[in-house]
Design a protein around this ligand. Structure first.
Ligand SMILES: Nc1ncnc2c1ncn2[C@@H]1O[C@H](COP(=O)(O)OP(=O)(O)OP(=O)(O)O)[C@@H](O)[C@H]1O
Ligand SMILES: [Mg+2]
Length: 256
């Protein structure tokens, strides 16, 4: 899998004079699991918003895959091209079972008209259960989604996103509100997903990032500050100064 999955060049997002992103150059390789970190208000969520078409930059270029110009496409078309976003608040249907939620997600991919005449075939059934294997929800398939734990709901949401077969998955703060065990499990799930897809994860939990990140990008005041392995960025004096705090090691431990 050679080449970049998404490529941003000189991207500026201006909110009434405030530059949430300021001339950002950023790219992710195909098959990469990338972590994006940085202080509150750094522009992390805005960067995800630009990639999925929710926010339009004033300036710059964003290319998906070999030559798809994202800035010319609607949010809906971008999703159909293969970019999926998992939002923090789960959008699952609490009164439906875990399986039924997955069925709905498959239908959504087909669009309204073809989904009207849709009947589940064995291939789709297999797809749903193999996705359950990835997120560990096989045993909960026939349980109401509303009865799942907070972590399980997030995993169901991830499952509903990946069954739509995106090429790039964007995830904003996936472990917020989770227990330690749920965090580890989420990291394993993201690594499993990244075997087949490119994944961009925004996260504040340094312990989580330390365990699961291969390459980390640090954003600060709308610009990229540093990029590299966790060890590399954690020892960068500027990163320590603006994000981890002076004596970054203590701050990092406090976050874990
Ligand atoms: N729609 C908007 N209108 C005006 N300002 C905005 C808008 N969205 C974000 N901002 C501002 O842009 C800056 C970057 O916001 P963003 O949400 O991308 O930060 P973040 O890095 O995700 O922060 P956090 O870690 O707190 O989630 C912030 O100062 C925010 O207040
Ligand atoms: Mg954010």
């Amino acid at each position: 899998m050679a080449g970049t999955i998404v490529y941003m060049e000189d991207v500026t997002v201006d909110f009434s004079g405030f530059k949430a992103l300021n001339r950002v150059n950023f790219f992710i390789d195909k098959g990469e699991l990338r972590f994006l970190i940085g202080p509150n208000g750094a522009g992390k969520t805005t960067l995800l918003d630009v990639i999925c078409g929710k926010v339009r930059p004033e300036k710059g270029r964003v290319v998906f895959g070999d030559d798809t110009d994202i800035l010319r496409l609607s949010e809906h078309r971008i999703a159909r091209c293969g970019i999926s976003r998992k939002f923090q608040t789960p959008s699952i249907f609490a009164n439906l079972t875990v399986f039924e939620n997955m069925e709905l997600s498959l239908k959504r991919k087909r669009g309204i008209f073809s989904s009207l005449f849709y009947t589940m075939n064995s291939k789709d059934m297999h797809k749903i259960f193999s996705t359950f294997e990835v997120v560990g929800l096989k045993g909960e398939a026939h349980q109401k989604a509303g009865s799942l734990s907070h972590g399980q709901k997030q995993w169901l949401e991830l499952a509903m996103t990946i069954i739509q077969e995106p090429m790039l998955l964007l995830v904003d703060e996936p472990v917020a509100g989770m227990t330690g065990k749920e965090r580890s499990r989420t990291g394993e799930i993201l690594m499993e997903i990244a075997k087949e897809k490119s994944v961009l994860v925004v996260e504040h939990d340094m312990n989580f990032v330390r365990h699961f990140a291969r390459k980390v990008t640090v954003l600060h005041e709308g610009g990229i500050l540093c990029e590299g392995t966790f060890e590399h960025v954690k020892n960068d004096p500027v990163v320590i100064d603006v994000y981890l705090g002076r004596g970054g090691e203590e701050k990092e431990d406090a976050l874990s």
